[in-house]
Structure formats: C-alpha cells, structure tokens
Design a binder for this molecule. Structure first.
Ligand code: C2O
Ligand code: CU
Ligand code: CU
Length: 569
C-alpha cells in the first residue's frame, strides 16, 4: 500500500508536461555580505510542504560576487536553532576563516570572518560543514555560489551577464519520504533539482551562453552532455580558467566539483535542447552508474531500486529565445596562461589510502570508509605541513566505490590518475578529484602558501557527504617556522589609545604594504576577530562593541608574529 502511494506521488510531477522556470539565485555584491541561515519550507509538489533550510530565503542562498583583491566581510547569522558552520569551498583563506567543523556558529550568533579575496576567477561555493551534520544541512538546502572575478577573466570576450547569458546551475538529487520531507542518508535520491527547481526549463538567448555547473549533490555523480551530443566548450575547472576552451560532448562532475562551459546557441532561436546526465555511460564504481561498484557483490542498500542509476535523464530544458544585447557569438581561442607546479619541486609526498572500515563485500561500496585506517577525530591533527611546502598527495582507493577527494586551503594540479596523465578536462586548477575504485590511484601536486596557524586545522575529505559525515575526513595544520615563538613586540608596532573605548589605532614602523593576519583574542583565548589585510602605517581595530577587559592582538606577517596586549575600557 505504502509503495503504491509513493510511486503515485512521484510519478505525477514527472509525467506532467508542465515544467517550471529555472530559479536563478539573487546576487549579493560589494564588500559586506549578510547571510541569514534560516529554517523554512518549500512546496516542491502541489499541496505538500517540505521543511527546508536556506540562506536569506527558503532554499539555497544568494550568489556572492567577489573581486580578486577585495577585502570582504561575511556576516553569517545562524537562525537555525542548532549549530552549524559555513565553509567557502575552494577559496584560499586562513584556517580560522575557512569555516570548517572547528569554527562552529552557535545558534543565535553571527560569525564575521574578514579576508582578502586571493582566488583566481572561477566558480566556488559555500555550504555548512559541521561534523556529522554536513549532509543534513546541505541536503535540507543550504548552499550557494561564489563567483570570483579578476582582470584576466575581464579581458576575455566571454558571456558574463549574470542570469542573461551567464547562468549558475547547481545540480542536486534529492530523496523525499512519503510525507514529502527530505531523506538525508539514503540511496533513494530519485528527484533532480537544478537551483532548487524540479523539472526546470530556462529561456536562453541565441548566442554563446555560459553555464557555471556545480554538483551540489550529497553523493551522486553526473556525466553531463547535451541532447544530440551537441559540442560544448569547457573554459574553467574548480579553481580557474583553462589555457584554452576544450571542446567536449561529455563532462563528468562528481560531488563538490565545478566546471564552466560555453554553449553556442547562435542560430537556434525557437529550438529547445536538453542538458542531460548520460549516466548509462558512467563506469560501474561511481555513485550514479548502474552498479556502485565493479565488484558485483558490493552494493548499497536500495541502490538498484533508484531509476536514475545507470540511465540517462534530463537535467534542464533550454528554450532558445532571441539574442540579448551585446552578444558573444564566438568561442575565444585562448583563455589564461597556466602555471602548473613541476613535479620536481615537491618536497614531500603524503600517501593516503581509502578503505572500508570493515573489509568484506558489505562495506566495499557502502562504507563507512576510513583514511589510513582512521576515522575522523576532531582532536587529532593528521598532518603538520610547513608553510610554503610543495607536496604530492598520493591517494589510493582500496574500496569498491570511487570517492571525490577534496582538500581545503589550496588548489592542486592532478599529476596522474591510475598512472596516466589526466584527461584534458581535469588539467586545470582543482580542489576535488574523483579517485577510481578497486586500487585506483591519483597523485596531485600543490603548495601550502600564505596562511599558517598552529591551532586551527584545514580539512581534507571525501565530498560524498554521507561518507564525510561517517568519518572519511582528516585534518592538517600549516605551521609557520616561527609558529611557536613571538618576535619582539615593541619594535614592530604599538597601539594607542590603550586602553581604548571606540578603537585602537595600531601604528606600524615596518611591514607596511605586506599582507598580514590580525587575530584578536579575549582574555580566555577565544578568537574574536580574524582579519587579513595589507598593513598600512596605521590600522584601526574597532572595539566599541566588545566587552571591557584585556585582549591580545597578534599580527602575523609572512613568517613573523608579534603580539600586543590591549585593554578595552
Ligand atoms: Cu565543500 Cu570541506 O567542503
Ligand atoms: Cu572545501
Ligand atoms: Cu567517499
């Protein structure tokens, strides 16, 4: 009886021919960004209210448009009634500003990281990252795009009118229970959402359009392409533009990955074309293929009942309408110069092995999974990395299912996958890489620059959120050479007035023009502010909102640290 009800409930929206206009997230620009995390609800199916979470709305969040070099403040207010965090996925920020599981935003409070945008133009995203709650908070709806712009990108003839010829598409599969509520931990994710819209269509102009693709799914990977194998052009990977557009008919996108593509709709006015996942072509061993493992005995409960697995399905119908003003009608020949890190520069290789916690068929595809034999422990630092180190990370997957491995702080370059050079579409800046199953290996190279913090770690983990929450995660700290010592206080800077009521003015004699991190702690060592900025002769630290008492200001410039005691009246 129950089964019949569920089937009837879900077939109706698919069989109906009425499609829904694709939602385009609103944008926020400037230097101060307000994100209000809230509980809400949404009517995905007529007459059924689904409980959701969103940022500034009922589902997902606004697109943040940032310019490289800008100094930004993010005010993230948590009105969820439970703790969470917000992580800036793919961005290069200090560990304390990164929003990992240690940087909990208590309910009813606002977290206000401030940082300089150092990233290359590309598509990034933000999402919650509370340990063991990431899948739930993302599945219920919190995730948003971050678009970083820079001069290299601005110099190219690319579509960049947001919502007109430049469209963000966050692709997510969802499972609903019989009451129309999201199910978090399940393989029954058989409903597709794009930007939170079920069964969407988009009116796009008859010219070259740009799609910013994000796989924001909990576990599912896609093999994207267009109806009729129409050619498209990839222009960016996770963390930057490619050297030249790459002509493709298929693009694999695992959870957490992004790609920017161009599609030439010139001359197609009046026609429709579908963006699809050709999941029938995904090799077994990827969540989304016919089998989650090449090992026939290794499976996931309920996996084979999900009609999306191993079949081709629509993601988005694109209706081509008349071209907008200032059209881009050609694909550029080149994009931006690439600067991969030569393998010979590596100072260290780390070896990470993924395995099911328990060997045997039951866990091979289903997990839980561990890295180097250990499940995530918030109190264990797995690696200490010297600031500036160039490293190779060698990932070996001894489980039956592919895992999208993600690392915070850095972008990396893939050296090889199963011993062979990566396909062209994976040769740019990356922060997620899918590691093949059954002994598959990936090596990447990266450099840990700019931010050292001997207390707050960065994360690395599988971006299948159910795997991450079940412990497939580890953490590293980046240590500056002087991380434990303090250089002399008096010579570097002094503050006045001290005590102060409104603001301390910190005067520098050295380090002018250098990027530095300012960490203000209260008398029990809690970080009150963590700001990255370029040192000017005089830097203001506002304190009117702070309770009176003693504070310690630490300034980190390159490899130097200095600290000063400050009194708020
Ligand atoms: Cu998108 Cu650590 O995550
Ligand atoms: Cu991340
Ligand atoms: Cu995984």
């Amino acid at each position: 009886m129950k089964t019949i009800y569920i089937l009837a409930f879900f077939l109706i929206p698919f069989l109906s021919s009425s499609q829904n206009p694709l939602a385009i997230p609103p944008v926020l620009t400037g230097n101060n960004f307000e994100l209000n995390l809230q509980n809400s609800s949404r009517e995905f199916f007529p007459g059924v209210s689904t409980n959701t979470m969103g940022a500034n709305g009922s589902l997902l969040g606004p697109t943040l448009i940032l310019n490289k070099g800008d100094f930004v403040t993010m005010n993230v207010s948590n009105n969820l009634g439970e703790p969470t965090t917000i992580h800036w996925h793919g961005m290069h920020v200090s560990a304390a500003n990164d929003g990992g599981p240690h940087t909990v935003i208590a309910p009813g409070t606002t977290w206000s990281p401030q940082f300089t945008v150092l990233d290359h133009a590309a598509t990034y995203w933000y999402h919650p990252h509370l340990h063991m709650k990431t899948a739930e908070h993302v599945t219920k709806g919190i995730a948003g795009f971050i678009i970083v712009k820079d001069d290299d990108e601005a110099a190219l003839n690319l579509p960049r009118s947001y919502g007109t010829d430049d469209f963000p598409l966050v692709i997510q599969s969802r499972a609903f229970d019989a009451d129309g509520q999201f199910i978090v931990q399940t393989a029954a994710d058989d409903v597709m959402l794009v930007n939170g819209t079920i069964d969407p269509y988009l009116e796009a102009p008859a010219l070259v359009v740009r799609f910013r693709l994000l796989n924001g799914s909990t576990d599912r990977a896609y093999l994207l392409g267009f109806e009729g194998d129409m050619t498209f052009y990839q222009i960016a990977t996770d963390g930057g533009l490619l050297g030249a557009p790459l002509s493709l008919t298929r693009l694999q996108l695992a959870p957490g990955e992004r790609a920017e593509i161009l599609l030439n709709l010139d001359g197609m006015q009046g026609q429709s074309i579908r963006l699809k996942s050709f999941a029938s072509e995904l090799p077994n061993g990827i969540y989304g293929a016919a089998s989650p493992s090449p090992m026939p005995v290794a499976t996931i409960p309920g996996y084979s009942n999900n009609p999306l697995n191993g079949s081709d399905f629509d993601i988005l119908r694109i209706d081509v309408v008349s071209p907008s003003a200032n059209p881009v009608t050609s694909i550029p020949a080149t994009l931006v110069a690439q600067t991969p890190i030569p393998e010979a520069q590596a100072q260290k290789t780390h070896t990470l092995t993924f395995q099911p916690q328990q060997m045997g068929p039951a866990g091979m595809a289903n997990g839980p999974f561990v890295i180097n034999g250990a499940s995530f422990d918030l109190d264990v630092i797995n690696y200490e990395i010297p600031l500036g180190n160039t490293e190779i990370w060698q990932l070996t997957n001894m489980s039956g299912i592919a895992h999208p491995f993600h690392i915070h702080d850095v972008q990396f370059y893939i050296l090889d996958i199963n011993g062979a050079a990566p396909p062209a579409y994976l040769q740019g800046r990356k922060d997620v890489v899918l590691v093949p199953p059954m002994g598959g290996t990936v090596r990447f190279i990266t450099q840990f620059n700019d931010f050292a913090d001997d207390e707050v770690p960065y994360m690395y983990h599988c971006h299948m959120l159910t795997h991450e929450d079940a412990g497939m995660m580890g953490q590293f700290v980046v240590n500056g050479p002087n991380a434990t010592g303090t250089v002399s206080e008096q010579s570097a800077f002094f503050a006045y007035p001290n005590p102060a009521t409104d603001a301390w003015k910190v005067v520098f004699e050295e380090n002018i023009g250098q990027r530095s991190t300012f960490v203000l702690r209260n008398s029990v060592g809690k970080i009150i502010r963590n700001v990255e900025l370029i040192v000017e002769p005089e830097v203001q630290i506002p304190c009117s909102e702070l309770p009176s008492g003693w504070y310690v200001l630490e300034v980190r410039t390159g490899r130097q640290r200095a600290s000063l005691s400050l009194l708020k009246m």
